[in-house]
Design a protein around this ligand. Structure first.
Ligand code: ARG
Length: 477
């Protein structure tokens, strides 16, 4: 055999499955190796058990299990949960996925009663339920970690409240900005990510349990009841949609991909800021790496990895979308391919978020260097033009006039300040070249100057608090 079934050696005896009734020969090893998913979906055990407990209670209220039977099954499921938690759960070679493994174990522990647990349920609604529960928790965890990073970014701005750096367009110095304004720009993007995660969570928070294989059941179940037990917002409306829908996975993967892209941009910026060429900041030693050969190196690997991971987030999203695109209704086995991209994106984005949060908490900004870079005469050109506009000159005329002065300064190898000082019509504007003067001018709503900062901060804090509250309510099974 291939030996690729989750790294475990399997018993070479033929695979015996729980659906054996219809089949005369057992499954071929090669199909088994491709088909089994326990090797990765065991991670869902807690969510699967939560779903099964609700299902068992649902069977009880439907009169399909007595209270005593239901209680015994719930206790059995709790025993299995403890086995998983303590690393004692034993997978048998014939356990195809975590759902079958748990049912098989329940039947071992509870005897014939175990065989009643799957009444009015299919793995199709079971796996969709389990995955929605997992996704709901994962989105919350990602949201919390993202808010943690937002807080670290804002804290950098607070630590260096008066720090100034050049704002860039086309990676050319454009206008001076407050460092706090700059880091808060990233914070606003991340808050949108959290908002998206909250929206995705709303849509994921619908129970598919009770849809059966695809068409519901003749048995008297009440899906709304199990939905409520599991803390879902509501129960599915259409059984075929319930088992076929993986939009919630696609949304989660998109949200992670876009968040990952934002983190990649942060990473790229950190690479620039910590380069010798920029020299705007250094990362704490705990968040940098050395070179195996060059003794002097202190590398911003954390930032490069944040940038590098973005590729796999986009890849995971693409992988799922391509899996979904050709599928007829309703459940198709292709859907088993939804899990690994989701697990990978969730695990990796949490790694990046936590490491970047730490990196920003260790960030030391070299305010002198960044201020020096911002203290470039040419960055004041727009302020001179706007001062002329304030005196009544049409903007295009002012732009042209200042453009000529810039050209003259460049041609003569002097500073714009000198050229402005020597030009009769604009000499009265040299005060704009005083350090900080340009920034103080920038007071329009949402602008980069100190006067516009408080209102912006108010909006940031408000959004932060609102989103924190959106994720404060825990949906517990
Ligand atoms: N492991 C399977 C999955 O993740 C469980 C559902 C199997 N359903 C079925 N009809 N074979 O999709």
């Amino acid at each position: 055999m291939g030996g690729a079934t989750g790294g475990e050696e399997r018993d070479p005896t033929p695979v015996v499955t729980l659906w054996g009734g219809r089949f005369s020969t057992s499954m071929d090893e090669s199909l088994w190796a491709m088909s089994e998913s326990y090797s990765f979906d065991a991670a869902l055990y807690a969510h699967d058990i939560a779903g099964s407990i609700a299902h068992v209670r649902g069977l009880q209220v439907a009169g399909l299990l007595s209270e005593e039977e239901a209680t015994t099954l719930v206790a059995t499921l709790e025993v299995i949960r403890a086995e998983f938690e303590q690393g004692r759960f034993e997978r048998l070679g014939s356990d195809e996925d975590v759902h079958m493994a748990i049912e098989r174990r329940a039947t071992e522990l509870a005897g014939p009663l175990g065989a009643r647990m799957h009444t009015a349920r299919s793995r199709n609604d079971q796996v969709a339920t389990t995955l929605r529960l997992f996704t709901r928790d994962a989105l919350r965890e990602i949201a919390h970690a993202t808010l943690g990073l937002v807080d670290q970014l804002v804290a950098v701005g607070d630590r260096y409240a008066s720090a100034v750096l050049p704002g860039y367009t086309h990676l050319q110095r454009a206008q001076p900005v407050l460092l706090s304004h700059h880091v808060q720009a990233h914070a606003f993007a991340l808050l949108r990510d959290v908002d998206r995660l909250a929206d995705a969570r709303e849509r994921a928070n619908v129970s598919p349990l009770g849809a059966g294989a695809l068409a519901g059941t003749s048995l008297p179940i009440r899906p709304a009841y199990t939905a409520e037990l599991l803390g879902f917002r509501e129960s599915f409306a259409n059984s075929m949609d319930a088992v076929a829908d993986r939009d919630f996975v696609a949304e989660a993967l998109f949200d992670v991909a876009l968040l990952g892209v934002h983190l990649s941009r942060l990473g790229e910026e950190l690479v620039l800021w910590t380069s010798s060429e920029f020299g705007f900041a250094t990362l704490g030693d705990a968040f940098t790496t050395g070179s195996s050969m060059l003794p002097q190196k202190k590398n911003s690997d954390v930032a490069e990895l944040a940038r590098g991971k973005a590729g796999r987030f986009v890849g995971n999203l693409t992988s799922l979308l391509v899996t979904l695109k050709g599928l007829p209704l309703s459940y198709n086995r292709d859907l088993q391919e939804d899990k690994e991209p989701l697990f990978d994106s969730v695990r990796q984005i949490l790694l990046v978020l936590n490491a970047l949060s730490g990196a920003y908490s260790s960030l030391v900004v070299n305010e002198v260097v960044s201020a020096h870079a911002a203290d470039d005469d040419l960055l004041v050109a727009i302020d001179v033009a706007e001062a002329l506009v304030a005196q009544g000159e049409p903007f295009r005329v002012a732009h042209e006039r200042v453009g000529r002065l810039v050209g003259q300064a460049v041609a003569e190898g002097t500073s714009l300040r000198e050229v402005v000082g020597a030009s009769e019509e604009v000499a009265h504007l040299t005060h704009l070249f005083e350090p900080g003067a340009s920034l103080r001018q920038r007071r329009s709503p949402g602008a980069s100057g100190p006067e516009a900062a408080p209102e912006q901060r108010r909006r940031l804090d408000e959004a932060r608090a609102h989103l924190g509250a959106r994720f404060a309510v825990v949906s517990q099974p």
